[in-house]
Design a protein around this ligand. Structure first.
Ligand code: HEM
Length: 414
């Protein structure tokens, strides 16, 4: 079948501005107009197939590597330098082999010590006061510290000056990453971009120094494991220590508390304190409803078939995790937070695409799960978190999902 919709003329027919202004409105409008969860439009000035059904996303992720390549190079490579995200075929395989050696059971056990230390320190700073706490910022700072300690061996209490200067560079670097699609829309933000490139160079210098100093932990393993060029290894460390990961992890924890921190749902917290499987189900359900990354992008290297639709060679494809995970054909009551669905139908786990799927799925899923569970268990065991009433619970979706007002909460001691 031919994908419904119109790709329009170059530049004048481009819908990127409309998409970035309000992605949910853009997607819902096109789904309604074409009466199809798979449609085409011009995006980033390229004919693009948007895939919003669960089966469509699954097919697109399964075709990756054979008919579809990752499509991030044009707007992210300048900010990160060459790494696995911009590779394909044998090179991608070689990068994945090297990286997977950093996430074995044995490695994760070692990382757990670092993660627990930083998490405990951050949770111990929490005090019960009349003033509400901004939960998103708390999580973002905690995960920034965890990532610095884990990936660079840099403890912010022992070396606060260096840690702060890296964190402030990651902010400038992040602004550049976010500004790139604006450049592709021909609305230039040159000073933000060039400042971000300078930040990238400084970060790479600091990463190289930290890597040379490392005697243990992740940066030491990187040195021991890799036979790749040193600068390529540094680019991967840049990817892991960028502002992206703390934002993604903070997004997940904050969205979870939106659901379990209200007066009629706070009993979920009590159960999660003693029931590990329940905590995992809560996390899955929060990530199903609110995937931190709206979706991903591909470029078709050959014609391919996605949910019965023909995606022509040289088209781009954008898959939308958010819609796929609320597909009523797969999830009953798709817009409701129902963590009990996971014990009833564990096979649905394969219908979640938060961490991607197939041959190019996320390599850091188990590490992320460890960071999330360590943090949440530690918080659950010390405090009941009560979400303040009368606040705006709507979300901002791009570049990383988060509650628009960062989520204000009160804490109550256990
Ligand atoms: C909750 C946290 C995380 C989420 C939601 C996440 C999500 C994803 C997704 C969706 C992809 C696939 C992108 C696509 O198909 O277009 C991906 C790929 C990847 N992730 Fe993660 N990720 C997370 C944490 C991590 C961590 C902690 C690491 C490592 C330190 C990591 C390393 C990678 C790598 C290397 C790839 C690229 C795989 C490839 O190119 O073949 N991720 N991640």
């Amino acid at each position: 079948m031919e994908v419904p919709g119109k790709v329009g003329w170059p530049v004048v027919g481009d819908k990127s501005v409309e998409f970035y202004r309000d992605p949910m409105h853009f997607l819902s409008k096109h789904i309604a107009h074409t009466k199809s969860p798979i449609f085409k439009a011009r995006f980033l000035n390229k004919p693009t197939v948007f895939v919003c059904s669960n089966q469509g996303v699954r097919d697109a992720l399964n075709c990756t590597g054979e008919h579809l390549d990752f499509g991030y190079e044009s707007f992210m490579k300048g900010m990160f330098g060459h790494n696995v995200l911009f590779s394909k075929d044998e090179e991608a395989e070689a990068f994945r082999q090297f990286l997977s050696k950093l996430f074995t059971n044995h490695c994760l056990e070692e990382y757990e010590t670092v993660i627990s230390r930083i998490v405990t320190r951050h949770i111990s700073t929490l005090k019960i006061t009349r003033e509400p706490l901004c939960l998103y910022l708390f999580f973002k700072n905690l995960f920034s510290d965890v990532c610095l300690s884990l990936f660079l061996g840099l403890d912010s209490t022992e070396n606060s000056e260096q840690a702060n200067s890296i964190l402030s560079l990651t902010v400038d670097h992040w602004r550049g990453i976010v500004s790139v699609p604006l450049d592709l829309r021909l609305v230039h933000a040159p000073s933000t971009y060039s400042k971000a490139l300078q930040a990238k160079d400084h970060l790479l210098e600091m990463i190289s120094i930290q890597k040379k100093r490392a005697k243990a932990g992740f940066p030491m393993k990187v040195k021991e494991t890799s036979n790749l060029d040193g600068s390529i290894v540094d680019n991967h460390l840049l990817l892991f220590t960028s502002a992206l990961l703390p934002k993604v992890l903070a997004s997940i924890c904050t969205c979870l508390y939106v659901e379990i921190g209200k007066s009629d749902t706070s009993y979920y917290q009590g159960r999660a304190r003693s029931d590990d499987a329940w905590l995992e189900d809560l996390l899955k359900e929060a990530m199903r409803l609110c995937p931190p990354l709206l979706g991903g992008r591909r470029l078709a290297s050959k014609n391919c078939l996605v949910a019965g639709y023909n995606v022509p060679k040289d088209y781009a494809l954008v898959y939308i995790t958010h819609f796929a995970q609320r597909d009523p054909k797969v999830f009953e009551d798709p817009d409701q937070f129902k963590p009990e669905r996971w014990a009833q139908r564990p096979e649905l786990k394969d219908r979640l695409y938060v961490y991607g799927f197939g041959s190019r799925c996320c390599l850091g899923e188990r590490l992320s799960a460890l960071m999330l569970k360590t943090t949440l268990s530690s918080l659950l065991n010390k405090f009941v978190v009560q979400v303040c009433a009368d606040q705006d619970f709507s979300h901002k979706f791009i570049p990383v999902l988060r509650p628009r007002n960062h989520l204000m909460v009160h804490l109550r001691a256990i």
